[in-house]
Design a binder for this molecule. Structure first.
Ligand SMILES: Cc1cc2nc3c(=O)[nH]c(=O)nc-3n(C[C@H](O)[C@H](O)[C@H](O)COP(=O)(O)O)c2cc1C
Length: 400
C-alpha cells in the first residue's frame, strides 16, 4: 500500500524509511535508520525530484504511482547521483518511458556510468540560473558542486519558495510519520544525528557549503526539502545557522571533549583525573569518549561540536594506538580546523604517542596545540599530578 504525505497543495513526499539498515554507506552505524526523501510535484507537468535507494524501492514506486493518480510522469529532476537517491532511475525509465530527465552537464555521464539505458531524447540539460516552467511553478537551478559530489545541484521552486537542497540539511534517522521540523523536537531528538551526518559526509567540503549558503542567501526560501530527514518549513535560520557554523569549522560550544584510548586502564585513569581536575576548575561542559567503544563518526561529530579536544593514547608498536590513529586520519580527511588540542601520551619503555599525535595535529590546518601536554610511563605518578593540574587550569582559562 502506498504511504506518502502532502507537503503543499501540489507537492507530495513520496520517499521511504529504512530501519533495517545497519551501516549507512557500509560505514556509519544507524541506530534509528534513515529516510530517503523524494518529492513529486503535480503541476500541469508532473515532476519527480530525485528518486530513492533500492532498500525502499518498492514503497517508493508504489508511492509515486499512487500520488500520480493515473497521470504519467513527465520529468525526473536528478539533483544528486549518489545511489541512495538515484538507484530507482532505470526502473522509472521502464515504467514511464516518456519521462525526461533534468540534470546538469555532470549528471548525465554519471547516469551512463551507473546505468545502461539509452539517454537519447531523454535529456534536459540545465545550468546555473536556468529556469524551467512546469505550469504554475517556475523551477530555478542552483549548482552546488562538491556538496558533496561534483554533479550536485539544488532546485528552487520560485512559485512556492521551496529549495530542494539535495543532501544539504539532511540527517540520519528515519522519519516517524512526522516529516516536518515543526512536528518533531529537532534540537532534542535530531540535532546530534544531523551533526554526525553533516560532519562525516559533507564535513570536508566546508568551503563549497559556504558558497552555496551565499547563493541561498539571495533566495527567498520558505521551505527546505532535503533528501534525508525532516522538511524545514519553520525556523529555517536555526538549521542554516548550524550549517554556517559547521562549514566554517567554528565550534558550536565552548567545552572539552576528552577522547581516550586505553588497553589496561592507565591512560584512561589519566583521562579521568584530568576530567575531575577540569570539573574542579569549574568546567561543566565536558564530554568523554572511550574511542574503542565509540564509533569514529561520533568522535568526528563531537570534534566539530566542542572548542577543546584532549586526545589520550598509549604508544603501540612505536606508533599511535591504532584506533586513535584512525580517528586522527579521519579528522584530517574531514579537514577539521580551529580547535585547541591537548595530548596525553603513555608508554612503558619508549613513550612516543604524545609526540606522534602532536605531529599529526600540527600537520592539520589551523589547529592550536597546547604546550602543556603530559606523558606518563605506564601509570600516573605524583609528579604528573602537577602537570595535569596545570593543563586543567590552562584549558579552564580558555573555556570559561
Ligand atoms: C602490543 C603493544 C605494543 C606496545 N608498544 C609500545 C611501544 O612501542 N612503546 C612503549 O613505550 N610502550 C608500548 N606498549 C606499552 C603500552 O603503551 C603501555 O603499557 C601503556 O601504559 C598502556 O596504557 P594503558 O594501560 O592505558 O593501556 C605496548 C603495549 C602493547 C600491548
Amino acid at each position: 500500500m502506498h504511504c506518502f504525505r502532502k507537503v503543499t497543495d501540489d507537492l507530495y513526499w513520496v520517499g521511504g524509511n529504512d530501519r533495517r539498515i545497519e551501516l549507512f554507506e557500509n560505514i556509519f552505524p544507524l541506530s534509528d535508520g534513515v529516510s530517503y526523501n523524494s518529492y513529486l510535484l503535480l503541476d500541469e507537468k508532473t515532476v519527480l525530484i530525485d528518486s530513492a535507494d533500492y532498500a525502499v524501492g518498492r514503497q517508493f514506486l508504489e508511492n509515486v504511482k499512487a500520488a500520480l493518480d493515473g497521470r504519467s510522469l513527465d520529468y525526473l529532476i536528478v539533483n544528486h547521483m549518489e545511489p541512495d537517491h538515484c538507484a530507482m532511475i532505470d526502473e522509472l525509465v521502464l515504467r514511464y518511458p516518456d519521462m525526461q530527465i533534468i540534470g546538469n552537464a555532470k549528471t548525465f555521464p554519471m547516469i551512463s556510468q551507473f546505468f545502461d539505458f539509452d539517454l537519447e531524447g531523454k535529456k534536459v540539460i540545465v545550468k546555473e540560473g536556468d529556469t524551467f516552467s512546469t505550469g504554475k511553478h517556475t523551477l530555478h537551478f542552483v549548482m552546488a558542486p562538491m556538496v558533496h559530489w561534483p554533479e550536485v545541484m539544488m532546485t528552487y521552486d520560485e512559485t512556492d519558495k521551496i529549495l530542494f537542497c539535495a543532501d544539504a540539511f539532511g540527517t540520519f534517522k528515519a522519519l516517524n510519520g512526522n516529516i516536518f521540523n515543526d512536528e518533531v523536537d529537532f534540537d532534542r531528538d535530531w540535532l546530534d544525528e544531523a551533526r554526525r551526518y553533516y560532519t562525516n559526509i559533507v564535513g570536508k567540503y566546508g568551503m563549497q557549503v559556504q558558497s552555496v549558503l551565499k547563493k541561498a542567501a539571495g533566495l527567498d526560501i520558505q521551505m527546505l526539502c532535503p533528501l534525508h530527514g525532516p522538511i524545514w518549513r519553520t525556523d529555517l535560520d536555526y538549521i542554516i545557522g548550524k550549517y554556517d557554523k559547521w562549514s566554517r569549522y567554528e565550534p558550536e560550544e565552548k567545552g572539552v571533549m576528552i577522547a581516550y584510548a586505553s588497553m589496561y586502564g592507565n591512560t584512561e585513569n589519566m583521562a579521568e583525573i584530568l576530567a575531575n581536575l577540569l570539573a574542579e576548575e569549574g568546567v561543566k561542559n565536558i564530554c568523554m569518549h572511550n574511542i574503542s567503544k565509540t564509533h569514529v563518526s561520533e568522535l568526528i561529530a563531537d570534534s566539530f561540536k566542542y572548542s577543546h579536544i584532549v586526545l589520550a593514547a598509549p604508544t603501540y608498536n612505536n606508533g599511535i594506538y591504532p584506533l586513535m590513529d584512525n580517528y586522527l586520519e579521519d579528522m584530517k580527511a574531514l579537514a577539521l580546523k580551529n580547535r585547541t588540542i591537548a595530548v596525553l601520551g603513555n608508554g612503558s619503555w619508549a613513550p612516543q604517542s604524545t609526540k606522534l599525535i602532536s605531529t599529526k595535529i600540527s600537520e592539520m590546518k589551523d589547529m592550536s596545540l597546547m604546550v602543556a601536554n603530559v606523558t606518563i610511563k605506564s601509570s600516573v605518578k605524583d609528579e604528573q599530578m602537577e602537570e595535569l593540574k596545570s593543563l586543567a587550569r590552562q584549558i579552564a582559562e580558555e573555556v570559561l
